[in-house]
Design a protein. Structure first.
Length: 262
């Protein structure tokens, strides 16, 4: 009977003193070397957790810990919808860069879970021509506008100055945006039984607004990546919107598209 060949599994090497290197540390270093050598080039996808576990003879827990460390170095980005993408062939020295991937609504949900809005001022406004065009709403529609910081949950890194727009029917949400609060997505659903079904997004390069420069104590004329997102319900009614001015060198946006199987 012919035996089926099985690929050889790599094993962690022994260190001096006959002590094994922790498996996650060995896999992290192995994957880092593989990326630096071009085995997994920038822009490519790493194998899945299951495939990496089989290829290197380790558990999924080990794979997750090793890839988490690569993600912290800015070398890869993990996304439920697009998989794990190689961002850089070498560790990114500036650890204050936040890398985000938006390939689906699930990715955006993940982003809102990783960041927090901290409002510091608010006002009721009527949408002028620019705001109405930007948010795809009628001229003179009333909105609650919050002036806010956006920070990372894990380390309080400031990544943007933001305008948050709320339909006045949901103005009480501003009182919930304190501390380690749920995302606006979650609050709309739990507090008002409102579900976001459509998101409109626009991206452009611009200068940081004067209010943002003052609020974040930035240098004059600094640049920003402006990302506006408008959230609608199933009847195409605006529920909320965010106009984010991301600080230069503190934010990186990566989007990956993949052709569907025909």
């Amino acid at each position: 009977m012919q035996q089926k060949s099985v690929p050889l599994k790599k094993s962690p090497p022994r260190e001096s003193g006959n002590k094994r290197m922790p498996r996650y540390a060995w896999l992290h270093q192995t994957l880092l070397t593989d990326i630096e050598s071009g085995k997994y080039p920038v822009g490519s996808h790493l194998p899945t957790e299951e495939q990496l576990g089989t290829l290197y003879g380790v558990s999924r827990h080990t794979v997750r810990e090793a890839t988490r460390r690569l993600a912290e170095k800015g070398m890869i980005t993990r996304s439920p919808s697009t998989g794990t993408v190689v961002n850089s062939a070498t560790p990114i020295q500036n650890q204050s860069v936040y890398v985000s991937t938006f390939g689906s609504m699930n990715d955006l949900m993940l982003y809102t879970a990783q960041t927090r809005i901290e409002p510091f001022a608010h006002e009721i406004i009527q949408a002028d021509q620019d705001i109405a065009q930007q948010l795809l709403i009628p001229l003179n529609e009333k909105l609650l506008r919050l002036h806010a910081y956006r920070k990372l949950v894990k380390n309080d890194l400031l990544i943007s100055y933001s305008h948050i727009y709320l339909n006045p029917a949901f103005k009480s949400l501003k009182n919930r945006l304190k501390g380690n609060h749920p995302s606006i997505f979650e609050l709309l659903k739990t507090e008002f039984n409102q579900e976001i079904v459509k998101i409109h997004q626009e991206v452009e390069a611009c200068h940081m607004p004067h209010q943002g420069i003052q609020a974040l104590q930035l240098k004059p004329d600094c640049l920003a990546l402006r990302i506006t997102r408008v959230y609608f319900d199933k009847s195409n009614r605006l529920l909320a919107a965010s106009d984010n001015f991301y600080i230069e060198n503190n934010f990186r946006l990566i989007t990956t598209w993949q052709k569907e199987n025909e």
